[in-house]
Design a protein around this ligand. Structure first.
Ligand code: NAP
Length: 530
């Protein structure tokens, strides 16, 4: 890249959010530089290359809609796209919109400091170089900061270790190997069936069982692709008015008002269709524990049907609320435990004592393995930003500002950090929606704000503390109406020891989009512009 040091905007991250931000800000005539730690574009889909990695939102929805020609010309091959196909798509977008010339790869941002006098940001990268920009956009991803558990002796292990979110490009050969997978979230549940097919023996270490529904993935037919494309714009517009921003075929009836036979029929139909729309079976599932228990019983019944050994089936049955932790979507997950080369260690009964050179010791017993896969998730929503030394006005650090949990205005900005924008930050619907339209919504809102600043001669926008406090309170109030705060999920930061327990996403599409629009139309209400 050239040695230019001064830009209008710096974007951190070249995933879906960063690429579209670059495209959009360029269209306003801004000079933009994107810094990306990886040696390729793709963000989440660059790093998560583990076997079976696949999106749990249908491919024709988990894609950009900002450009009609793009969505018409790209053809997805399967209902749920694999990681390699999504990565090909992202690379296609980077080329199609000539984005690469402003993306600096293999460059990790280490700090971003606001200069109160210049009213600009100074951004420093790992190699010590510094850059100046009026605007900074953190497109760092919600699930990008790998969480490696602090298990005694982890470093002493004699074999190879991998984290699903940092998977090697050349893949991993499991043939003839004894493998341990720690973690049974979406990444574990997707990779376990494929690792089991290859490995000599697979031992799964499960701390908390998770609810999972079948994906029933399949190739897309030419007819369904062309039918969707013929109404793509209208379809996307209709999705914008739904809670998840996706085609979940919402049933407005409550589970508890529905006679038990009809309820079972609905669950059966959703199970047969597969995927996350299972959560839209009834309107009260995430708001009424008794309603949710009907769904939990249904899934328990399915686990009993699939898993041959009743003891193992019992261990795989989650207690608690379906969807409280992100519902998993699988291909043959529960059936994998019928294989003779797969064993399950329930950490409840046999806690992991330590890792030794030869393997994992749990409940006093050594499980000798050659490879350990950590499918142990992420320091979600705040992790990537916390790893950067971000300082706003008067040198105030973001880590301090967020020491009791993240506080934002609209999940887009933080009071005291002028012109610093986040894509799908905490306090926005983000991970509770189809990420792609939520990313596009944020990028477009930010671009509109920057355009407004240019037109009205403003150099800075800064969320007021009052607007931020009111928003944080509102996000908490809405979250508390639901069942989400009831389990130890990454939505609450509960998977990372010591992280403050705060429900981070905002449960409230499409009202959220209306609020963002009203803020903009009202001359950026809740912001001080100077
Ligand atoms: P995750 O859902 O946070 O799951 C991590 C797993 O590791 C959990 O089972 C957790 O147990 C376990 N774990 C964590 N620390 C542990 C420790 N010290 N000892 C033992 N077990 C430990 O992470 P993920 O599976 O990577 O998924 C994260 C999110 O990424 C998903 O919820 C989803 O939103 C997204 N994702 C999506 C897809 C897809 O589109 N299909 C695929 C992968 C990921 P506990 O439950 O007890 O904490």
């Amino acid at each position: 890249m050239d040695s230019k040091r001064i830009f209008d905007a710096i974007v951190v991250g070249a995933g879906f959010g960063g690429l579209y931000t670059l495209h959009k800000l360029r269209s306003l005539g801004l000079e933009v530089r994107v810094f990306e730690a990886g040696d390729g574009v793709g963000g989440t889909w660059f790093w998560n290359r583990y076997p079976g990695a696949r999106c749990d939102i249908e491919s024709m929805e988990y894609s950009y809609q900002f450009d009609e020609a793009l969505q018409q010309e790209w053809t997805w091959s399967e209902k749920y796209a694999t990681q390699p196909e999504i990565l090909r798509y992202i690379n296609h977008v980077a080329d199609r919109f000539d984005l690469r010339r402003d993306i600096q790869l293999e460059t990790r941002v280490t700090s971003a400091h606001f200069d109160d006098e210049q009213k600009k940001w100074q951004v420093t990268t790992e190699d010590g170089a510094s850059y100046i920009a009026r605007h900074v956009v953190m497109a760092t991803g919600c699930l990008s900061s790998a969480n490696l558990p602090e298990i005694e002796g982890r470093e002493s292990f004699g074999g190879a270790t991998y984290h699903t979110g940092l998977w090697p490009k050349d893949g991993v050969d499991f043939q003839g190997k004894r493998v341990a997978v720690i973690g049974t979230g979406s990444s574990g549940i997707q990779s376990i069936p494929l690792i089991a097919q290859e490995a000599d023996h697979l031992t799964v270490f499960q701390r908390t069982p998770n609810f999972s529904v079948p994906a029933h993935n399949r190739p897309l037919t030419e007819t369904e692709v062309s039918e969707r494309k013929s109404v793509y714009k209208e379809f996307r517009k209709a999705m914008r008015d739904t809670a998840f921003h996706a085609n979940f075929r919402y049933n407005e009836a409550n589970a508890l008002d529905t006679p038990p036979e009809l309820r079972e029929q609905e669950y059966e139909a959703r199970w047969a269709a597969g995927g996350l729309p299972f959560m839209a079976s009834f309107a009260d599932l995430m708001f009424d524990a008794q309603a949710n228990a009907t769904a939990a019983r249904f899934v328990h019944g399915k686990i009993d049907d699939i898993v041959e050994d009743p003891n193992i089936a019992d261990k795989l049955k989650p207690n608690g609320v379906v969807g409280c932790k992100r519902l998993c979507v699988d291909t043959n997950y529960y059936a994998t435990f019928n294989r003779p080369n797969v064993s399950l260690v329930s950490i409840d009964e046999q806690p992991i004592d330590r890792i030794e050179p030869a393997g994992i010791v749990a409940g006093g017993e050594l499980h000798a393995v050659d490879i350990i896969v950590f499918a142990t998730g992420f320091d979600a929503m705040t992790g990537a930003m916390s790893r950067i030394d971000i300082r706003g006005t008067e040198g105030k650090s973001l880590s301090e500002a967020w020491s009791e949990g993240p506080k934002t205005y609209l999940g887009l900005c933080v009071s005291g950090f002028p012109n610093l924008f986040m894509i799908t930050g905490p306090g926005s619907p983000s991970v509770l929606t189809n990420m792609l339209p939520s990313i596009e919504h944020h990028v477009e809102w930010i671009a509109d704000c920057v355009r407004w600043m240019k037109q009205s001669g403003k150099h800075t926008v800064n969320a007021t503390l009052a607007a931020q406090n009111a928003w944080v309170e509102h996000v908490n109030e809405i979250g508390d109406l639901s069942l989400y705060p009831r389990c130890n999920s990454w939505y609450l930061g509960a998977n990372v020891p010591g992280k403050p327990r705060v429900f981070m996403p905002y449960l409230g599409f499409p009202a959220y989009a209306e609020k963002c629009e009203a803020v903009a139309k009202g001359g950026y209400e809740g912001f001080e512009a100077a």
